[in-house]
Ligand binder design. Structure first.
Ligand SMILES: [Zn+2]
Length: 194
């Protein structure tokens, strides 16, 4: 299994969650390149490489995805194949398996690319309830929905919102009364259809 480090991957020593200098050096050395993934421990939105934990937001593609047909034991974290159960601990069977699917694992749904988001155009701003929608292109490449109190950064494809850590969500968790999610999705679909 390999991941391709995003050519325009955003890393920074500033902000709420700064990247380490070693991690930034690793990213800079591997931009646009394929990197091996250790498959003993698998996650829906992150990858263990030889030295560093890499997130979906750092990559642009996955090949030979070892997660297809696999799942994680919810109790002990062991990797299990379809048709099997985890027998490591007596209680494992009670907790079940969280299978990797196209719904919960972005790169199973989109192995060759991040969801297409158009380049930023500030005159594309649109209001949804009290929220203002912006498109941010370049190395960030996501939508931002913002009002005086809350900010949501996300990508969008096929009716699913992908948060900045890569986790897919059916909704943004904004209170239903503030605006119609249907209107937002219809607008984003019209933007992505081009
Ligand atoms: Zn188990």
């Amino acid at each position: 299994m390999q991941i391709k480090i995003r050519e325009n991957c955003f890393v920074s020593t500033c902000g709420y969650n700064p990247d380490s200098k070693d991690f930034i050096a690793f990213i800079d050395a591997n931009r646009g390149k394929w990197v091996d993934v250790e498959t003993e421990h698998l996650f829906s939105n992150q990858y263990n490489t030889e030295k560093f934990r890499v997130m979906d937001k750092h990559i642009s593609a996955v090949r030979d995805d070892a997660r297809i047909g696999k799942g994680v034991c919810v109790y002990c974290g062991s990797i299990v194949s379809v048709g099997e159960t985890c027998t490591k601990r007596p209680t494992c069977a009670d907790y079940g398996i969280k299978w990797f699917t196209a719904e919960n694992t972005m790169y199973i749904a989109h192995p060759n690319s991040v969801p297409a988001v158009k380049e930023c155009k500030m005159d594309d701003e649109k209001k949804f309830g009290s929220f203002r929608l912006e498109q941010l292109g370049g190395s960030l490449n996501y939508y931002r929905l913002k009002n005086a109190r809350e900010t949501f950064n996300f990508q969008y494809a096929d009716g699913v919102f992908y948060m900045r850590d890569g986790s897919p969500k059916k909704s943004l968790g904004i209170k239903a009364q503030s605006f119609s999610l249907k209107d937002l999705k219809a607008y984003l679909d019209s933007q992505n259809a081009i």
